[in-house]
Design a protein around this ligand. Structure first.
Ligand code: IMP
Length: 194
């Protein structure tokens, strides 16, 4: 395989994937580089994997090139695994993460604090069955917002091994333990054999 299209417009994600796959000689391009029009894919799946497959197969069917998509989010046990696949939409797309994060802290007060980030990836190749990977990053909901790095729910995601939130970790630290980094490492080893 020489080239993979990433079914995302998130430059952060594309950069991470590019960094990993460059070393095995696979060119990584964004869907914006190969599509003439902007498209908005509806995430109608009930699981992270289903949403990743929907995104990867929709783009692959349009361009007939190997296409990778990912879907990720935060599961909080005390909230019956919410916000889960609705992580980006939780309390409204336009609501700030300060509000979303404080809401979660308030909701878990006095309850079980365990939580995890999940990352599902799907690789759709023309004429082949779509491949999926799912990895998690286990932690707890912190009792306050802490840290400036990362994005989204990082300031409330406490990682006991390092005694800090994922927003207090350096990029290098997060890339050692995160759900997305683990999924990318698995993808790398699968593609190396292809
Ligand atoms: P998507 O995979 O782009 O749909 O992102 C889902 C949402 O999950 C993001 O908008 C964040 O709210 C949350 N999320 C996923 N991964 C992370 C992470 O590594 N840190 C913080 N929030 C995350």
């Amino acid at each position: 395989m020489e080239k993979i299209v990433v079914a995302s417009t998130n430059m952060g994600k594309i950069r991470e994937i590019k960094k990993m796959l460059d070393s095995i000689g696979i060119e990584v391009v964004s869907m914006n580089d190969v599509l003439d029009e902007e498209i908005d894919i509806e995430e109608t799946g009930k699981t992270f994997k289903e949403n990743a497959v929907i995104k990867a197969e929709t783009i692959m069917n349009m361009i007939q090139l190997p296409t990778l998509a990912d879907d990720s989010g935060l599961e909080v046990d005390a909230l019956d695994k919410a916000p889960g696949i609705y992580s980006a939409r939780f309390l409204g797309y336009d609501t700030s993460y300060d509000i979303k994060n404080q809401y979660i802290i308030d909701q878990v007060e006095g309850k079980e604090r365990t939580a995890r980030f999940i990352c599902a990836m799907a690789l759709a190749i023309p004429g082949e069955e779509t491949m999926t990977i799912e990895e998690s990053f286990e932690g707890e909901i912190n009792d306050c917002i802490a840290g400036e790095n990362g994005f989204g729910y990082d300031p409330i995601f406490y990682y006991p091994l390092l005694h800090k939130t994922s927003a207090e970790m350096s990029m290098e630290e997060k890339n050692l333990y995160s759900h997305r980094a683990k999924a990318l490492k698995k993808l790398y080893s699968i593609l190396k054999e292809k």
